[in-house]
Design a binder for this molecule. Structure first.
Ligand code: GLU
Length: 501
């Protein structure tokens, strides 16, 4: 947490001189007899399991696995007459593709281990999804709730300035995005700060993604991670063999789902799965407790209640359970942890009754719990696949910014005219009218949001099939996460081998 002192301290650190961890340590929820490893060790252990199935040149797995840079900065901001000093990080995990990409997290317990783990996940995520970036991540040790908007703007601008001055924000080198505790508003401040620093850079607006549409953002970015969860789950359910492995049948309709976290990701995922796929949300776990209703909770109503009451306690027509984490263990078809890391550890993994675990957060299942699930044959759809919708749409936003034109602007009306001609042609040959609902679809010209959803859907489907081929095709690969790592590692390895180290 920030402490009032005088002066500034900024440091650039290469890995060989790794800074000691600053900020509180987020402890995994483990019992005394089951010692869990840190988030970073957990990601690395899962990486090692996959790398062991590959025949890579000696030293290459180590190179891929390690975080290249960690920059720690302390900077002062004068708030309510006092000088407050904040600590932030930006980790660059891999530069095999540039720019590097990844969100900036604002949380009271963020630290270097977490930033490195999240940056590593970004590398694997981008490789798996064919999003041409290296992995990066940032964090600022702050509880945003303790500051008003004006103060947060001051803090964000100063942090952005510190990062940009050292190349940790730049359209060609490092492009941040929202993560926990940040959103479009913070990204707009970052973009504006960067533009002020480099007014002659015509691509300045591409220095950050997740901006509001009015400030160079793209349609569908806010919902993108939740939308990706929906598309990823739809693709899973298009493969009956995989569905059967989870002990399930059919599609998403009627599936009983428990969601942990009704933040941006959990809210959108649950809303879309309920409203568009007919799934039943039987449990929602929030900070202050969990809501349970076998009949199903209306996501919009719970979200509105939460906003008004700063929690879900007291929501009508549902059972409230104060110790929300026990609801992770309730019987359901799909458990969607969409909150934060280290939620399912070896301590509670044996009690998880969900048939399918769909990781919408980054790192919700620890490596020990993951090994337990893999040995038990329980299906887990891994984080760096399922929550990749955010960075995928960020990629579209970055392309839009660099090309300085919105998707659909050149061809939308042309498609409408072409569609009208097709209808006319059909009607003149058939001698009768095409039903209005069909005619409307044929005449429709795709707008930006249609391009974005189509691109996201295609990306989610393609990556799933790549993981699936490895999962079913390689007897050494026991689960989807290992398959996802194998796909990602192979792509990164071949990029190093082709370009040189
Ligand atoms: N913070 C998001 C993630 O963890 C988005 C990253 C991005 O868009 O660059 O994937």
């Amino acid at each position: 947490m920030p402490v009032p002192i005088n002066g500034t301290e900024t440091m650039v650190k290469k890995l060989s001189r790794k800074v000691s961890r600053d900020g509180a340590v987020r402890k995994p929820a483990a019992t005394a007899e089951h010692k869990e490893v840190s988030f970073l060790e957990s990601v690395n252990k899962m990486f090692d399991r996959a790398a062991a199935t590959l025949d890579l040149p000696p030293g290459l797995p180590e190179l891929i696995k390690r975080c290249l840079w960690v920059y720690q900065v302390r900077f002062p901001v004068k708030i309510r007459g006092k000088i407050m000093v904040f600590t932030g990080w930006r980790g660059v995990h891999s530069e095999h593709r540039l720019p590097t990409k990844g969100g900036i997290r604002y949380a009271p317990v963020v630290g270097q281990d977490e930033v490195e783990a999240l940056a590593a996940l970004m590398t694997y995520k981008c490789a798996l999804m064919d999003v041409p970036y290296g992995g990066s991540k940032g964090g600022l040790c702050i509880n945003p709730k303790e500051y008003n908007e004006e103060e947060l703007e001051q803090i964000t601008r100063r942090f952005a300035n510190e990062l940009a001055r050292r190349g940790f924000i730049s359209p060609s080198l490092n492009v941040p995005a929202p993560d926990m505790g940040t959103g479009a508003r913070e990204m707009a401040w970052i973009a504006d700060e960067y533009r002020r620093m480099y007014p002659s850079d015509i691509d300045a607006i591409a220095c950050v993604t997740g901006k509001p549409p009015i400030a160079g953002g793209i349609a569908g970015r806010v919902e993108a991670t939740g939308r990706g969860v929906q598309y990823g789950l739809r693709e899973f359910f298009r493969n009956p063999k995989d569905v059967a492995r989870a002990g399930l049948t059919g599609d998403l309709a009627g599936k009983r789902i428990i969601v942990q976290g009704l933040g941006n990701v959990g809210y959108h995922a649950a809303k879309f799965l309920q409203e568009e796929d007919g799934a039943r949300i039987i449990g929602i776990i929030e900070r202050d407790g969990a809501l349970v209703s076998e009949r199903g909770l209306i996501v919009e109503e719970v979200a509105a209640y939460k906003k008004q009451h700063q929690g879900v306690c007291g929501f009508p027509d549902a059972t409230f359970v104060k110790n929300g984490s026990v609801i992770l263990e309730e019987d359901c078809d799909i458990l969607i942890p969409a909150a934060t890391e280290n939620q399912i550890t070896i301590a509670n993994a044996p009690r998880i009754r969900a048939k399918l675990i769909a990781e919408a957060a980054n790192g919700p299942v620890t490596s020990e719990a993951d090994k337990f699930f893999s040995d038990a044959g329980k299906v887990v759809i891994p984080d760096f696949y399922l929550n990749a919708g955010g960075v995928t749409v960020s990629y579209f936003e970055w392309i839009k910014n660099l090309s300085h034109i919105r998707f659909g602007r050149m061809d939308r009306r042309m498609m409408e005219v072409r569609g009208a001609h097709v209808i006319e042609a059909i009607e003149s040959v058939a001698g009768k009218k095409v039903p209005e609902h069909l005619a409307r679809q044929v005449k429709y010209g795709a707008d930006e949001i249609d391009h974005i959803r189509s691109g996201l859907d295609d990306t989610m489907r393609k990556a799933y099939q790549e993981m699936r081929d490895v999962w079913h095709g390689n007897p050494k690969v026991p689960d989807i996460r290992t398959a996802a790592f194998v796909v990602a590692i192979q792509k990164i390895a071949s990029s190093y081998q082709e370009m040189g180290i």
